[in-house]
Write a protein that binds this ligand. Sequence first.
Ligand code: AMP
Ligand code: MG
Length: 490
Amino acid sequence: MLTLQHSYATDLDDEFWISWEGAEVPDPRVVLFNRTLAGDLGLDGEWLQSVEGAEFLAGMRTPEGSRPVAQAYAGHQFGGFSPRLGDGRALLLGEVRGPEGRAWDLHLKGSGRTPFSRGGDGKAVLGPILREYLMGEAMHALGIPTTRALAALTTGEQIVRQEGPKPGAILARVASSHLRVGTFEYFASRGDHDRVRTLVGYALERHDPELLEAEDPALELFRAVRARQATLVADWMGVGFIHGVMNTDNTSISGETIDYGPCAFMDTYDSATVFSSIDRGGRYAYGRQASVMQWNLARLAEALLPLFEVEDTDAAVALATEEVEHFAPMFLEQWTGVMRGKLGLADTRSGDAKLAADLLDLMADDGVDFTRAFRSLSDVLRGDPEALSALFDDPDPLEAWLSRWMDRLDAEGADREAHAASMDRANPIYIPRNHLVEEALDAAEEQLDLGPTRTLLDVLSDPFTMRPGLERYTEPAPSDFGPYVTFCGT
Ligand code: AMP
Ligand code: MG
């Protein structure tokens, strides 16, 4: 059994949620279970994988007295505002307390229709559920804030999707909260500033308790979210991650990566890369993620600004504008820091951002694999430039760049092996390459064979350490793979 707490249902009134339960499904079975995460949270992994545990994780049997809810939120989707989205196929079971006393949401995806479902069936299918599991665990191992999968279940149902019937599935995930920019927009758009204020208090309690006594709590919350998101997007950029659906309802107050729908890792470097089938205008392309995040933060600032402690609306708008604009330099600083790590630079010098950008330009010119190129830089320092230069069609501009980089490194004085070792801790060798993810998900959906998914999860759990026998996980997609297109997972 498992003890849940319900601060969302008890600290916040019923405008914030609707009491709900998971749909009955014929045969809930845990097909993947995250033992490490369960252990970290002090959860009873054995029980969770039992028949009763699976019914619990499907949301069908919640313990006496528990208060599962579907959360209300709004959101800007591809720029257009939807005043009422909410958990249309999800359920917040409650919160678990980790050993250090922190509350973690235990949340289901694919648990059936809710009053927020609109035209949807409330269900999820196995492929997208496993994609979220894989991607989240990969991100976690890369050291990037993320929601995490606790378990993936099959339901025993067949769910009809465009491509035909698919195995039904549920994801049980853990997050430091499911507060979204869209949660604030939900109340702000109705002019309900009292509940925005309540939400500010709740969010600070969950994420920034040290700011609860601040003079301007709404402003401080905004700044905290801005800082977390600047770090998060810089981290994404550093591993070639494209979220794919950066709507404000998928932008978490916690600064965790959330809602792995059409996301994917870029292979060939091109800042215009888009994988999502519905992102026709490239709004959420790799290179646009920082400016989109700034736009999303502007929506958060709009929701919060009536609460800012200033004399009038004009002053609030001016302050909000300035605070939002400050995201750009903050992001640049974070991004430059990430790139310094990837280039083995420990000190801060003024030309560093340009040095990194120039390498990316060379990679774009020659269509070079992002992950391999960065990982091969440390080989150059160890006297083996072949792996890197083989990736480029035109070695001359690369040579010129390498000598600039070497001069910059030598200016720091550390020995080259020290730089190389630090780079190998910043540049992953194993990422969830699209063809490997597809191979794993196909085996799962078509033959209910989770073997390839388990193997891939294992490879991705230690992305920085080269291990013999795993060469195929470092290789780019075969030439007959692609162009790669991802879907929102409904
Ligand atoms: P997402 O694109 O997954 O971030 O979802 C956006 C909105 O659509 C959220 O309100 C979801 O709950 C809702 N939604 C997505 N898929 C479904 C579905 N199959 N059934 C009901 N609602 C859904
Ligand atoms: Mg979402």
